[in-house]
Design a protein around this ligand. Structure first.
Ligand SMILES: C[S@@+](CC[C@H](N)C(=O)[O-])C[C@H]1O[C@@H](n2cnc3c(N)ncnc32)[C@H](O)[C@@H]1O
Length: 101
């Protein structure tokens, strides 16, 4: 992804949102492989999906390519993004309709 090779956000982290992440590996893959520091937020309205992903990542102990990167899973209705982000913006929103983990 070309954006992930560009200059980071002023706070030093590229803000990435995986919207409706379900149990997709996309967000964790970006976190794991991005050479630049990223804050990857995997958001889903389903508390079950969020819990499964939190447990999965803890079990796998995924390490980021860049040690400054962050990965988080949040229960969030993506029509209500302001509740999580307030006035701040994101650099990249990814959405996959369905993927295979
Ligand atoms: C077809 S699944 C795709 C999941 C994942 N992106 C993938 O590629 O496997 C759609 C996901 O969107 C979530 N979703 C539906 N409406 C949502 C909303 N308003 N806010 C956040 N997530 C939502 C569902 O809970 C579900 O996990």
């Amino acid at each position: 992804m070309p954006l992930l090779q560009t200059k980071p956000h002023p706070d030093g982290l590229l803000q990435v949102l995986d919207m409706g992440c379900g149990t997709s590996a996309l967000g964790p893959c970006i976190y794991r492989h991005s050479p630049l520091p990223v804050r990857v937020t995997c958001a889903d309205i389903s508390p079950i999906a969020v819990r499964i992903m939190q447990e999965h990542v803890q079990t796998k102990a995924i390490q980021p390519h860049n040690l400054s990167s962050w990965l988080e899973f949040v229960e969030l209705d993506c029509t209500q993004l302001h509740k999580h982000y307030g006035c701040s913006s994101v650099d990249l929103i990814v959405v996959t309709p369905r993927s295979i983990v």
